[in-house]
Design a protein around this ligand. Structure first.
Ligand code: CA
Length: 245
């Protein structure tokens, strides 16, 4: 790619799903600033919604307002720390919000360079040349046991602990995100999503849906509709980012 400027398009859909009374997922993006986020809140009642929306608001505010000299991955690290602190201190001030937190998966783009930040079990994928690859690694008890060879995929899918995440934004004073550095090629399609999508749809099914040639907004809608058809047991969020040729 060299120094060629890559143009991006994006779209997102979030949906309560069929079983949950409210939507604790949140997303935000700015194509102009190269910032794309999905958060999945937890903590019960209103707390999950507050945690995920606070994270999106803080991250968007800090990253769309960053100085032109700020290096993106560094600015993003600071924004993650600030969002973590905002949720943590809010939770400390209210008994009802105690323990609230949120996942975060973020794609940050600067021309043909990108970084994916991850905390929790929301996921980032890339479709390149029709092939889907998961970029992030879930911070969940069972996925970590699978990676260490202590549990197989079948056991993981049936585990009563599959909801347990091992890292979240806002539940502790400090958080360390995973950071994945990426080189973008024209035509790359990135998917950021909450577990309400990936619990319902297998990776091969997500791959086949992403290969359908329709506008991004329609594609987001199709992913969410497929997850609802498959059960819709949780809130569902799908955010797509396409690198133009
Ligand atoms: Ca969820």
């Amino acid at each position: 790619m060299g120094t060629a400027v890559v143009h991006y398009g994006a779209a997102a859909v979030t949906d309560r799903g069929l079983k949950r009374p409210s939507n604790e997922d949140a997303f935000g993006y700015s194509v102009e600033h190269g910032v794309y986020l999905v958060c999945d809140g937890m903590g019960g009642a209103a707390a999950g919604e507050i945690a995920s929306s606070l994270a999106v608001r803080e991250m968007m505010r800090l990253l769309t307002d960053r100085s032109p000299e700020a290096r993106l991955p560094h600015a993003a690290e600071q924004a993650v720390a600030a969002a973590n602190e905002a949720i943590y201190s809010r939770a400390q001030r209210s008994q009802k919000l105690s323990g609230m937190g949120t996942t975060l998966v973020a794609l940050l783009v600067e021309n043909s360079h990108a970084w994916m930040f991850n905390v929790g079990d929301s996921r980032g994928y890339r479709l390149r040349n029709g092939h889907l690859q998961q970029i992030t690694l879930d911070h969940s008890l069972v996925e970590e046991q699978v990676r260490m060879g202590q549990m197989d995929r079948h056991e993981a899918d049936r585990s009563p602990f599959k909801n347990v995440i091992t890292r979240a934004l806002g539940t502790q004073g400090l958080v360390t995100p995973d950071v994945f550095e990426l080189e973008i090629e024209p035509g790359d399609l990135f998917l950021l999503c909450s577990d309400g999508l990936t619990r319902e749809l297998s990776d091969p099914l997500i791959e086949s849906l992403l290969r359908i040639d329709v506008p991004l907004q329609d594609l987001c809608g199709r992913l969410v509709a497929a997850a609802k058809n498959a059960g819709g047991n949780d809130n569902i969020t799908s955010l797509l980012v396409q690198a133009g040729a």
